[in-house]
Design a protein around this ligand. Structure first.
Ligand code: ATP
Length: 348
């Protein structure tokens, strides 16, 4: 029997709703698979935790996270809960940096062509992996104190050789497991940091001769994502570009409720939907749980429970084959729990 300890960080807004649904699916899959056990422990992190006890990521909680085999996170941050500098509390970003989760994996997959704004043009053609560097880039100085009264506030795009090499290698490894095509997305024509990123990419590419590569500026990548998404298999980019492009990419396949993610380092990993806490729909029972359920499948994959992960993905595919089975964000009428029930019923 393989047994794993999972830290649950439901967080804020719709986070607790969608994590509870993912756990229901995991429980059912574990029950049906045999030979696999998941033991959960819930920990309080996020803007609500700040309101309760004055710290969104208490040190004692952070220290405990290293005890677990994997972390499943809902969503964190609330627009009304901010640091004095004006920025929102984002313990999910702190976790990526402090646990060194440099490789953000965002699989983008269209289950049904009519769920895409591209409609029939998108049939069978949107299936790619966005790899986002998650520990440096344009987020690197986000916690540096800023003095707006000076009339000038700067953010720094930080690219280190080690930071670039490790995420680019991870992206090549992803490409090796997929259709063997990797696109670098940068702004090497304007920013020296991005020219350096491209130089490192070219060096690492020499190690992976089986992978076909291309290099696209981030503005053009935005255009191609809409015009011809089928050109992408795996793409790798820096932190901020990845943040923006992942929302655009999610929009191609039905919205934020359809975009799972994993933040992976050499030792630890956090799995969470790509969306935020969606305070506009929190507590209404209408959040789409699919991104979190697919993130839970990524967690199983990472724990080498690939068969269980595949069962979840197949069940989601079966449910989405029926065009009427959708939550409200995708034009349907299913509640959060209805959608989960449908997925559970589709499991073997
Ligand atoms: P963050 O910066 O933390 O990623 P955000 O400001 O980009 O957050 P989200 O919280 O992701 O915003 O929400 C963006 C929009 O998508 C909102 O209208 C929200 O209601 C919708 N949305 C996000 N997640 C879901 C979901 N799981 N189900 C339905 N709608 C969602």
């Amino acid at each position: 029997m393989k047994s794993f300890r999972i830290a649950l960080l439901p967080g804020d807004g719709i986070g607790p709703d969608v994590v509870a649904e993912a756990v229901r699916v995991l429980d059912r899959v574990v029950h049906g698979t045999g030979g696999l056990a998941l033991v959960y422990e819930e920990l309080a992190v996020g803007a609500c935790e700040f309101l309760r006890h004055g710290d969104p990521l208490p040190p004692a909680t952070f220290d405990r996270l290293r005890e677990f085999d994997a972390i499943l996170l809902g969503a964190m941050g609330l627009p009304g809960v901010r640091w004095p500098s004006g920025i929102e509390m984002t313990p999910q970003l702190d976790l990526r940096e402090r646990l060194d989760l440099y490789c953000g994996l965002r699989p983008i997959y269209l289950f049904h062509p009519l769920d895409s704004p591209l409609r029939d043009r998108a049939a069978g053609s949107i299936d790619f992996m966005l790899v986002r560097e998650s520990t440096e880039g344009l987020f690197s100085t986000r916690l540096r104190p800023a003095d707006a009264s000076s009339g000038c506030v700067e953010d720094t795009m930080r690219i280190t050789r080690n930071g670039a090499e490790r995420v680019i290698r991870a992206a090549f490894r992803q490409a090796m497991q997929r259709r063997k095509r990797l696109t670098l997305v940068d702004k090497a024509n304007v920013l020296p940091s991005m020219a350096f990123f491209r130089q490192v990419f070219d060096e690492v590419a020499a190690e992976f001769t089986a992978v076909a590569t291309d290099r696209v500026y981030v503005d053009a990548a935005s255009l191609y994502l809409v015009q011809r998404p089928e050109m992408f298999d795996v793409m790798v980019t820096e932190n901020m570009f990845g943040d923006i492009l992942s929302d655009l990419a999610a929009g191609l396949v039905g919205g934020m409720g359809m975009a799972p993610s994993a933040d992976i380092g050499d030792r630890y990993a956090v799995f969470q939907p790509s969306h935020g806490s969606a305070p506009d729909i929190a507590g209404k029972g209408i959040a789409n749980p699919v991104a979190t359920i697919l993130s839970a499948a990524m967690m199983l994959e990472w724990l080498h429970a690939g068969e269980a992960a595949a069962q979840i993905r197949v069940a989601v595919r079966k449910v989405f084959a029926d065009r009427t089975a959708r939550t409200r964000d995708m034009g349907g009428s299913l509640s959060t729990t209805d959608m989960t029930d449908a997925i559970i019923s589709a499991l073997p």
